[in-house]
Design a protein around this ligand. Structure first.
Ligand SMILES: Cc1ncc(C[n+]2csc(CCOP(=O)(O)OP(=O)(O)O)c2C)c(N)n1
Length: 696
């Protein structure tokens, strides 16, 4: 039996000791790689380095070894398998409710252990896709553990892990690793996996080596530590990384039967409780905000994207807005404009969809609005032009207040950040009476101006929809038809178009109730992994927090090409869950968002421009067929809406609805709309409805 790492054993006489070991033997506990030492550049980083831990790996004489006793006589593979199953049972008790495994040899004991633990185990070939799928499970309220083999496999998790960290989604990475003595030795499929995901996980922990060499106390430590870390992933809402070293044999001589399993001993390791302190605003913080609201003449409340599982802020916000005369501008992805838990229709006095949320870069409109207080609830709105707006207003003296558990102040304009959950602050503010929040001091010209702008801008948007066939009209048709569905809003144009073109009322115009929840990838805004993540969300969408009756995704064609492999998951989830799934791909010539950036006005020739505008093949039909999706093509709004409705009427079937759009449609519509809105802003200012003077 091995009792210590092989590099600590005396070198065999016949084998020459490599020179480096003679000069500087590796220390037993500490990392030897000089690259790990904090450099000046990294020492003061604001992002905390992940905690890196090593296992104890010690033997204690005379201890009882419930899972390793008589190990020399026992099947070593069986001992490892039992420990792995015990590990999964602790992870399950700590909150993991699904394992997403990608095939490999080194992870064999962990996979066999997961299968014996009673957890649901899904198999996804490509680790990148598996990680995004697990991320989707987390977005829908579950907690997935990703399981992969050693080598490059775990590195493919990085994009999804980054997204999980930045968007506050629990995600557990379990990587199988080679024993320590195989490191830095030229052994195949062996890399240093500790810290391989950089600073993205909340914790990266080397749990050490499972197997007969693990004594009772060390095994208890492994289980307890793993449980604590998973609890932390859930409590703090973020990714964690557990690395588990495994030695051959990777499987038992014979797989144990169910009866054998019943007699398995397991160390008494309770799932440790880990309750993270939820940041609260503190009485002083809320009081300061209350004072600001009391004295503000021209306040504006803005809400950015929120999780689909976020409990409904709507009723409290509506009460506050109404009694304290607070105009609201809410992003479509905030969930607040949906029927469920949303703002009552008549309680939203402000410009719900003024152009500042849609990224049209309407500078005259921004300049003509002069809020003296901007209260931002949660994330900032999606549109980049929001940053210019808040900068401009702050420069003119507006006070920017952010209420969010994490820092969401992208251009450093906030004068006050209440680090707290939005719900907690709103409930405090609403007590005892929101009416004491200064409704009587509001500038009536400001309110009149917002009402006027709201009405006129709505007209502009309706005219834009009626004016022709473009991406915005396709987004409108999709959202109107996506009744009772959870809708994934892809990055790039879809999420921005939704802000401008989503149906106005929370209740869809045809009397239906519209989508039940919206999901988007706004942690780091990648267009990667959207298909796989949507599949993960969809897999949990019928019960739990979402209770949807179908799943729709709105994606650009380049975003779809990034994650074609994810289509395999889509057809599997639709079939397995008996769920209707409709992937609407906006086939517009590829990467049309770039046409709306200043770059497009730089006079680039076609050859240079082709590095941004990247057209897709003429049809996605062959791809749909390959992955088992039903294919439908649409070329106008009516066919798009019909395609979505018919797709949602087919439980168990995944549909790829290809919506063909004119290549320049989105840019033309955006330019027309921007010009119309800027005219409205100028005219309303000219009519003397200016909404207050400079500064507060
Ligand atoms: C992983 C990743 N790569 C690149 C980008 C940069 N990017 C943002 S939008 C975009 C083009 C998206 O094109 P498409 O999906 O066709 O949507 P459209 O712009 O036409 O709406 C790219 C490449 C990104 N956000 N994420």
């Amino acid at each position: 039996m091995r009792s210590s790492p092989s590099w600590a054993l005396p070198a065999p006489r016949t084998a020459p000791v490599p020179e480096t070991l003679q000069v500087r033997p590796p220390p037993r506990r500490r990392r030897s790689s000089p690259t790990r030492r904090p450099s000046r550049a990294t020492a003061g980083r604001s992002t905390p380095r992940p905690e890196r831990l090593r296992s104890h790996g010690r033997r204690h004489r005379g201890e009882r070894l419930p899972m390793s006793a008589n190990a020399s006589r026992q099947d070593a593979g069986l001992v490892t398998l039992r420990q792995a199953a015990a590990l999964w049972r602790v992870l399950a008790r700590s909150g993991v409710d699904e394992v997403v495994s990608s095939p490999g040899a080194r992870s064999t004991p962990l996979l066999l252990g997961a299968l014996r633990s009673g957890l649901t185990v899904r198999s996804v070939v490509d680790e990148r896709s598996a990680a995004f799928y697990g991320l989707g499970v987390g977005r829908a309220g579950g907690t997935a553990a990703l399981l992969c083999t050693s080598g490059t496999a775990v590195a493919h998790y990085l994009p999804a892990v980054l997204e999980a960290r930045h968007d506050g989604v629990p995600l557990v990475v379990v990587s199988a690793d080679r024993p320590l003595d195989r490191q830095a030795s030229g052994a195949p499929q062996t890399v240093d996996q500790i810290g391989i995901l950089g600073a993205a996980p909340l914790v990266c922990c080397d749990l050490g080596e499972l197997g007969p060499g693990l004594d009772d106390r060390s095994l208890r430590w492994v289980l307890r530590r793993a449980g604590e870390i998973v609890s932390r992933a859930r409590a703090e809402a973020g990714p964690v990384h557990l690395d588990v070293r495994l030695r051959r044999p990777l499987q038992p001589a014979a797989l144990p039967t169910a009866d054998d399993a019943a007699g398995e001993e397991e160390p008494a390791v309770a799932a440790p409780a880990f309750v993270a302190a939820r940041p609260g605003p503190g009485a002083g913080g809320v009081e300061r905000l209350r004072e600001m609201l009391r004295s503000s003449r021209r306040p504006l409340v803005v809400a950015g994207p929120a999780a689909p599982t976020a409990s409904g802020l709507g009723p409290t916000l509506a009460r506050l807005a109404e009694s304290a005369a607070l105009p609201l501008a809410v992003d479509y992805a905030s969930q607040l404009r949906l029927d469920r838990g949303a703002l009552p229709r008549d309680a939203a006095p402000g410009p719900w969809r003024d152009a500042l949320l849609a990224g049209l870069d309407c500078r005259r409109l921004v300049a003509s609005l002069r809020p003296d207080l901007v209260l931002q609830l949660g994330r900032p709105p999606v549109a980049t032009s929001w940053e210019a707006a808040i900068e401009e207003w702050a420069r003119r003296g507006a006070c920017h207040v952010v209420v969010a558990p994490r820092r969401h102040d992208p251009v450093s304009t906030a004068a006050l950040w209440l680090q707290a959950e939005v719900e907690a602050v709103l409930s405090e503010l609403a007590r005892p009476q929101a009416s004491v929040l200064g409704s009587e001091v509001r500038d009536s010209a400001w309110s009149r101006r917002l009402t006027l702008l709201d009405r006129e801008i709505r007209r502009c948007i309706e005219a834009s929809v009626a004016d022709g066939w473009h991406d915005g009209a396709a987004v409108r048709a999709t959202l109107e038809a996506a009744e009772q569905a959870v809708v994934w809003l892809g990055n790039s144009l879809p999420i921005r178009m939704a802000n401008l073109y989503a149906p106005f009322a929370p209740v869809a115009t045809d009397g239906g109730r519209g989508p039940v929840a919206l999901v988007c990838q706004r942690g780091v805004n990648g267009i990667d992994g959207n298909v796989s993540s949507w599949a993960g969300v969809a897999s949990r969408s019928q019960g739990g927090a979402l209770a949807a009756q179908g799943a729709v995704a709105l994606l650009g064609d380049v975003a779809l090409r990034h994650d074609i492999g994810g289509l395999e998951l889509v057809s599997r989830v639709a079939e397995r869950e008996r769920l209707a799934m409709v992937l609407v791909v906006l086939h517009n010539g590829g990467g049309r968002i770039f046409e709306q950036l200043p770059l497009a006005r730089a006079g680039l020739d076609d050859s240079t421009w082709s590095h941004w505008s990247t057209p897709s093949p003429p049809s996605f039909a062959p791809v749909a067929e390959q992955y088992g999706l039903r294919f439908v093509a649409a070329e106008d709004a009516a066919a798009t809406a019909r395609g979505v409705r018919e797709g949602l009427a087919r439980p168990g079937v995944a549909t790829l609805l290809q919506v063909r759009l004119p290549d320049d449609g989105a840019a033309r519509a955006a330019n027309g709309l921007r010009a119309a809105i800027e005219r409205v802003a100028e005219q309303s200012a000219g009519e003397g409805v200016e909404g207050g003077g400079e500064g507060p």
